[in-house]
Design a protein around this ligand. Structure first.
Ligand code: FES
Length: 384
């Protein structure tokens, strides 16, 4: 109730004296219904950005000599949040005394996920992937981060034809994109050039994705077979599929990025139109492995653990069973943003995506940071 100021002398005092009675009257007339704390927009925001949710492994299907398709369902039977074809989810769980986590590209299309089923493809490589394939039976419950990442087609940034170049399990974001084009939820053309050693190493059926707007080309390096190219993904092959309306998306090992990047350079392809999905930051090579003492503050809880100079701080935290906040594991999303209270550390230039202010005020991304002395850090709390 607003108090209106009056120009009549003494009137303000009279109005102020009436206010208490008027307020009492308004309170008495107001129904005693609870206040609304959640509006439609809050529910929509929660559905799109649920943070971490619980999901269970519903099915596992082998799809090549070293890849397995994993079907996930939400533990509460609900719908997966909407995502753009090409995004990833981060899975994590407790295994023994440690935490394990890793991001995986989604291979389902956005429409399939809305129907309550989300699929990822896991290659038997690394501790967590081997755990998921060999040790986690159907029904195993995992934490799943909401869909993330910017490796999707953006019509403002990217051309209308995508030349997708992939090797190994790097094909996964493109499987989702090809399905999305087929179902009509994405509107661009995609040519997939996929490199594999032999047909046994191909984790998808190239014929199954053929549709208007999608072409697949498989290049085998160690086998000659009808319907497949033989050799490597070279400039001679690539120049057949690039034109003025092409952007290149690459997903695979760093060695592939270096090789294909040089081939594209040799045909004069504009590097500004090349995008690479970043790989997780792993262990680094050091002359001598040293263990440092790491003190970790999560709000008012303090942990003490050892951290080796060849492993990232996130790896050390997870090994010690501390549930650290993590999403991309490559230093780019900023989700694990933490403060260094004391100590020295190393971040490779290619993995340092911190803002200028973060560098100045000693903030780091533990997923891409290696300890170089005893350290004290302050990390965020998991939201579950
Ligand atoms: S998890 Fe993305 S920056 Fe660390």
């Amino acid at each position: 109730m607003a108090f209106k100021r009056s120009n009549v002398p003494g009137e303000d005092i009279r109005l102020a004296m009436e206010m208490t009675a008027k307020r009492r009257q308004l309170i008495d007339e107001t129904p005693a219904t609870p206040l609304v704390y959640e509006y439609g927009v809050n529910r929509l925001a929660k559905a799109l950005h649920p943070g971490f949710v619980k999901a269970v492994i519903a099915d596992k299907t082998p799809c090549s000599s070293d890849c397995v398709k994993i079907t996930l369902k939400l533990s509460d039977g609900g719908e997966f949040p909407y995502f753009r074809a090409g995004q990833f989810v981060t899975l994590s769980c407790k295994a023994g005394d440690s935490y394990l986590s890793r991001p995986y590209s989604i291979i389902s299309s956005p429409k399939e996920a809305l129907a309550g089923k989300l699929e990822i493809m896991v290659q038997r490589k690394g501790i967590f992937s081997s755990f998921i394939i060999d040790e986690a039976p159907s029904g195993t419950e995992l934490w799943m981060g909401e869909p993330s990442g910017d490796f999707y087609h953006d019509s403002i940034r990217d051309r209308s034809h995508i030349l997708a170049i992939a090797g190994g399990s790097g094909v996964t974001p493109f499987l989702s994109m090809m399905k999305a084009i087929r179902e009509g939820s994405e509107d661009f053309r995609l040519t997939l050039v996929y490199g594999a050693r032999t047909r046994a190493h191909i984790p998808f059926d190239p014929e199954a994705f053929k549709c208007e707007g999608v072409e697949t080309v498989v290049v085998l390096s160690e086998e000659e077979a009808e319907g497949y190219k033989h050799g490597f993904i070279t400039a001679d092959l690539l120049k057949k599929y690039v034109d003025d309306d092409t952007s290149v998306f690459m997903c695979g090992p760093d060695a592939m990025y270096r090789f294909v990047g040089k081939e594209l350079e040799s045909i004069g392809f504009d590097p500004a139109r090349i995008r690479q999905e970043r790989n997780s930051v792993g262990d680094r090579e050091v002359d001598e492995i040293k263990a440092f003492r790491l003190t970790v503050h999560i709000r008012d809880t303090v942990y003490e653990l050892d951290a080796n100079n060849n492993e990232t701080l996130i790896t050390a935290l997870e090994r010690a069973g501390i549930p650290a906040v993590v999403r991309c594991r490559n230093g780019s999303c900023g989700f694990c943003h933490s403060r260094v209270v004391d100590g020295n550390y190393y971040i490779a230039k290619k993995d340092d995506f911190r803002r200028l202010a973060d560098r100045k005020f000693n903030y780091i991304h533990p997923c891409s940071t290696y300890p170089e002395s005893d350290m004290i850090i302050d990390i965020p709390i998991m939201n579950p």
